[in-house]
Ligand binder design. Structure first.
Ligand code: AHR
Length: 524
C-alpha cells in the first residue's frame, strides 16, 4: 500500500510540475532617478594566444578555403559585428607576459613555443597588424596588454611608438613599410597581467615599482589621442577576496593617491572566474541541477568581491577616477574529454547564459566604479561567444545574451526594486529572479529579467513610474534543459525568441519561462 501511495504521489508530482503556478514578481522601475552610465566597455572581450582562440578561431590565413579577409574569418567577423564588441583584450592573459611584439611583425615571423598553453608552436602569424586589422573589421577598440613580466619598459615603449607614432621616426617608418602608414589607436593599455602569478610572481611592492616605470615610459603618440580618446592605463589588480588580494589593492591604490606627474593609472584590473575550486572540475555539459545551482550561487560572489575592492578604492580615490576593470571573468569548467587540457576547451550551456546575465547585471549595478569588463574568452576558449571547428561555426548561449544586451551599452542605469524570492536546491539558496533596467542612448527604457528557477515560471508585473508605459516587447532565451547547448549539428537549441507583455488594467505583465533570460523595451 505504502509503495502504491509513493508511486501515485510521484505520478501526480510529475503531471503537476510543469503546471506549477507562475511565481508572481512585481518590478518597480523609477525612471525619474537615473543612476550611473553603464559603460559600453562592460561588454568587452578577451582573445588570448591560447588553444584555438586566435588560430582557427579568428585567423585562418589568406590562402585558407574558409572565407576570409586578409586571413581573418568572415563568419566570425560578421557574428561579432552584431554584438558590437567595444574592445578586445590581447595578446593575453599569461601569454602577454612572455610576448615579444617584434616576433609578430614583418615578413619573417619568429616561431616560438607557447609554454603557458599546451607547449604548442606559436607561429606569430597573427601579430600587431593582424590584430589591428581584426579590430577594424569588427568595429572595436584595441586593449593591448604589454609584457611587464619578462619584458622591459623599453620594449613596451618601442611597441607603443611603433603602433602610434605619426612622425617619421624609425619605428613609424617600419610600421608604414609593414603596410600601415597611419598610426593605430590603442584605446586601453594593460600594464602586465596577473603579476602576482603567471605574470612574474611579484609582491605588490615590486609590481608597483615596475608598473610606475612602465606607466611613465610607455607613451601613446597618436595625435588623435592627445586631447580626447586618451589611452587608458590599467594596472594589475586582485584575483580574489582574501587578504593577499585586498593587500594588493591597498598597495596600488595607496600609491595612486600619492601619484606624481610622472606616472598615472586609469584603471585597476580584477580577475574572477566562476570555478568553485581549482583545478576546474565541473562539467560544461552533461550536468544536473546540483551543478546548475552551485555554479550560479558561486557566480553571485562577484558582487561581494566588487564591493570589497571598491571600498578600498573609495578610501584612496573617492572621486572614482580609477575604474575597476573586471578584465577576466566567466565560467571555467573541466576541459572537454579528448581535448588538449592546455587549450581550455569547454561547452557553453543555458547555465552560462544565465551566469553571464547575472554578472552583467552586477557590473551594471556597480557602474559608477566598474567601467570595463572582458569575458574570458571570445572564441573557442572558456566561456566563449563562438565555437569553431575548421569551416564550421556555432554561436553559444552566451553570445545571445551579449546580443540581447546590446541596448545596455552606454545606457543609463535606472533603479529597479523587486522581491526576488528564493530558489533552493540542496544546500544552495539563490535569488529566484534578478532584474536590471536602463535607458538607452535614444531614451528608450530597457528591462532585463533573469528567472533562475529551473522549474517555476515567473509572472512579472512591470510598474514603471515617470513614463506612461503602454507595451513592452523583446526577446527571451531559454532551452529544454539547464545544460542545453548549441552544437555544429544543432545550432538552434538555445536561441532567443520574441516575447511581449500583456497589458492588463494599466499594468504590463510578462510571462517568463523557467531558467530564462529576457530583455524587453518599454513603449510609451
Ligand atoms: O583566461 C585564461 C588565463 O586565466 C589567463 O591567461 C590568465 O590571466 C588567467 O589566469
Amino acid at each position: 500500500m505504502r509503495a502504491f501511495l509513493v508511486v501515485v504521489t510521484l505520478i501526480f508530482m510529475a503531471i503537476a510540475a510543469p503546471r506549477m503556478a507562475a511565481q508572481k514578481v512585481e518590478l518597480s522601475i523609477d525612471t525619474s532617478k537615473p543612476g550611473a552610465k553603464i559603460d559600453g566597455n562592460l561588454f568587452g572581450q578577451f582573445a588570448e594566444h591560447l588553444g584555438h582562440g586566435i588560430y582557427d578561431g579568428i585567423w585562418v590565413g589568406s590562402d585558407s578555403k574558409i572565407p576570409n579577409t586578409r586571413g581573418i574569418r568572415n563568419d566570425v567577423v560578421a557574428a561579432l559585428k552584431v554584438i558590437h564588441v567595444p574592445n578586445v583584450r590581447w595578446p593575453g592573459g599569461c601569454f602577454a607576459d612572455g610576448y615579444h611584439w617584434r616576433d609578430g611583425i614583418g615578413p619573417q615571423r619568429v616561431v616560438r613555443l607557447n609554454p603557458d598553453w599546451g607547449g604548442v608552436i606559436e607561429p606569430n602569424t597573427f601579430g600587431t597588424h593582424e590584430f589591428m586589422d581584426f579590430i577594424d573589421q569588427i568595429g572595436s577598440e584595441a586593449y593591448v596588454s604589454v609584457n611587464l613580466g619578462s619584458g622591459s619598459p623599453q620594449e613596451a615603449a618601442d611597441w607603443l611608438e611603433y603602433m602610434t607614432a605619426a612622425q617619421a621616426t624609425t619605428l613609424e617608418k617600419e610600421r608604414a613599410a609593414n603596410g600601415h602608414p597611419a598610426p593605430y589607436k590603442v584605446a586601453w593599455l594593460g600594464l602586465g597581467n596577473e603579476s602576482w602569478d603567471c605574470g612574474g610572481n611579484m609582491t605588490p611592492e615590486y609590481y608597483l615599482d615596475r608598473m610606475k616605470s612602465f606607466s611613465h615610459f610607455v607613451r601613446n603618440y597618436n595625435p588623435g589621442q592627445m586631447e580626447k580618446d586618451q589611452m587608458l592605463k590599467i594596472a594589475v589588480g586582485p584575483g580574489g577576496g582574501e587578504q593577499r588580494w585586498t593587500d594588493w589593492t591597498e598597495t596600488v591604490m595607496k600609491a595612486y593617491q600619492q601619484h606624481t606627474w610622472s606616472w598615472d593609472i586609469n584603471g585597476l584590473s580584477m580577475h574572477s572566474y566562476t570555478v568553485v575550486k581549482w583545478p576546474p572540475a565541473f562539467k560544461s555539459v552533461g550536468f544536473g541541477e546540483d551543478e546548475y545551482a552551485q555554479i550560479l550561487k558561486t557566480t553571485l560572489d562577484m558582487d561581494d568581491l566588487i564591493k570589497k575592492h571598491s571600498a578600498i578604492m573609495d578610501k584612496y580615490d573617492p572621486q572614482k577616477k580609477v575604474a575597476l576593470v573586471v578584465d577576466e571573468w566567466g565560467g571555467w569548467y573541466a576541459p572537454l574529454p579528448g581535448s588538449n587540457p592546455g587549450f581550455l576547451v569547454q561547452q557553453n550551456s543555458l547555465r552560462d547564459a544565465i551566469l553571464a546575465a547575472l554578472n552583467l547585471n552586477i557590473f551594471a549595478r556597480h557602474a559608477d566604479r566598474v567601467r570595463g569588463a572582458n569575458i574570458a574568452q571570445m572564441i573557442n576558449v572558456l566561456q566563449a561567444m563562438i565555437l569553431t571547428d575548421h569551416e564550421k561555426m556555432v554561436l553559444t548561449p552566451t553570445y545571445y545574451v551579449y546580443k540581447m544586451y546590446v541596448p545596455f551599452q552606454d545606457s543609463t542605469y535606472v533603479p529597479v526594486t523587486f522581491d526576488a524570492g528564493s530558489y533552493k536546491y540542496g544546500d544552495f539558496t539563490l535569488p529566484r529572479v534578478d532584474a536590471m533596467a536602463a535607458k538607452s542612448k535614444d531614451g528608450k527604457l530597457w528591462v532585463e529579467i533573469t528567472n533562475v528557477d529551473p522549474h517555476q515560471a515567473a509572472e512579472v508585473e512591470l510598474n514603471v513610474s515617470g513614463i506612461n508605459a503602454k507595451s513592452a516587447s523583446g526577446e527571451t532565451l531559454t532551452a529544454p534543459k539547464v545544460d542545453s547547448v548549441n552544437t555544429f549539428e544543432a545550432p538552434n537549441t538555445v536561441i532567443p525568441k520574441p516575447i511581449s507583455a500583456r497589458a492588463q488594467g494599466g499594468r504590463l505583465i510578462l510571462q517568463l519561462e523557467p531558467k530564462s533570460v529576457t530583455v524587453v523595451s518599454v513603449e510609451q
